[in-house]
Design a protein around this ligand. Structure first.
Ligand code: PBG
Ligand code: ZN
Length: 320
């Protein structure tokens, strides 16, 4: 008889034959940097997550630095929003100041800068709006400016999340033109129009004031199209690509892993986090067990890099 149970007899034996292991060095923690002073503002829909002003964000970054994870993904929340997202590319914007601060005080943390206009526009869309249209080609130069200004501030990796066509090429050209030839682009290539982002929109104050994001983010039904989006971003010069959300799109992650050879990131998004936290708070699930199972599933499906709000907790639970 074939006895699979022989290799399951003890934790030592199971560990010996384990196919997938989590490591702190592949985890990235999202951080929200808000304009203002003395702010540590809890995000109600995301227990444990806060908005931080530049004078206090060090409290959170100390924890990140001690945790041993790879780095942070920075989202800025400006005080002033307008039609052209001017704070997104202003030298003294809250995001730029925060990136400079991290670069100076935490030289070993990787800084990934999210590049998108929605936190900075008065209407909350990820691009320039004319009438009710989100205009692709007018958005590209603004994204390119934002990318350059965050690279100037010291970001290690530029991560465009807007889903405009042609943005990777536009950003690559602008970075190169500004002398940032060595700054990689991690593109949110397969980003779906997902209900799982709603807690994030509270955290980042970036909900669209009209309509939704379905004319630029992908239809959740389209797995093959996701592979075309990824292939196109690679052609345009992406150094790493991303699938987002992670858990409801593990099939996309697996197909991408099988087809492409560059590093693939998966974003375990806000709604995925909030559902786990809510169920755990009710005592319905074992939080540690569920988080490690979810992260292992994301890795098993093919992710090299996992962006997750659970990163600091997970780092305490992972011993590698
Ligand atoms: C901004 C952006 C979003 C997320 C990351 N970058 C929200 C959105 O597209 O509406 C979602 C992250 C999360 O839900 O954790 N474009
Ligand atoms: Zn956006």
């Amino acid at each position: 008889m074939r006895r699979f149970r022989r290799l399951r007899a003890s934790e030592e034996m199971r560990s010996l034959v384990r196919e997938t292991r989590l490591s702190k060095s592949e985890l990235i923690y999202p951080v929200f940097a808000a304009e203002g002073e003395n702010i540590k503002n809890p995000v109600d829909s995301m227990p444990g997550i806060y908005q931080w002003s530049p004078d206090r964000i060090g409290e959170e970054l100390d924890r990140v630095a001690e945790s041993g994870i790879a780095g942070v993904l920075i989202f800025g929340i400006p005080a002033h929003k307008d039609e052209t997202a001017s704070e997104a590319y202003s030298e003294n914007g809250v995001t730029q100041r925060t990136v400079r601060y991290i670069r100076e005080k935490y030289p070993h943390l990787l800084i990934i800068a999210d590049v998108c206009l929605c936190e900075y526009t008065s209407h909350g869309h990820c691009g320039v709006v004319c009438g009710h249209e989100i205009v692709n080609d007018k958005t590209l130069p603004l994204l390119a400016k934002m990318a350059v200004s965050l690279a100037d501030a010291g970001a290690d990796i530029i991560a465009p999340s807007d889903m405009m066509d042609g943005r990777v090429a536009a950003i690559r050209e602008a970075l190169d033109g500004a002398g940032h030839v060595n700054t990689p682009i991690m593109s949110y290539s397969a980003k779906f129009a997902s209900g799982y982002y709603s807690p994030f929109r509270d955290a980042a104050q970036s909900a669209p004031s009209f309509g939704d994001r379905r004319t630029y983010q992908m239809d959740p039904a389209n797995g093959r199209e996701a592979l075309r989006e990824i292939a196109d971003d690679i052609d345009e010069g992406a150094d790493m690509v991303m699938v987002k959300p992670a858990l409801a799109y593990l099939d996309v992650l697996r197909s991408a892993r099988d087809r492409f050879d560059l590093p693939i990131a998966a974003y375990n998004v806000s709604g995925e986090y909030s559902m786990v936290k809510a169920a755990a708070a009710n005592g319905w699930i074992d939080e540690k067990r569920i988080v490690l199972e979810n992260l292992t599933a994301i890795k098993r499906a093919g992710a090299d890099i996992i962006i997750t709000y659970h990163a600091l907790d997970a780092a305490e639970w992972i011993n590698e």
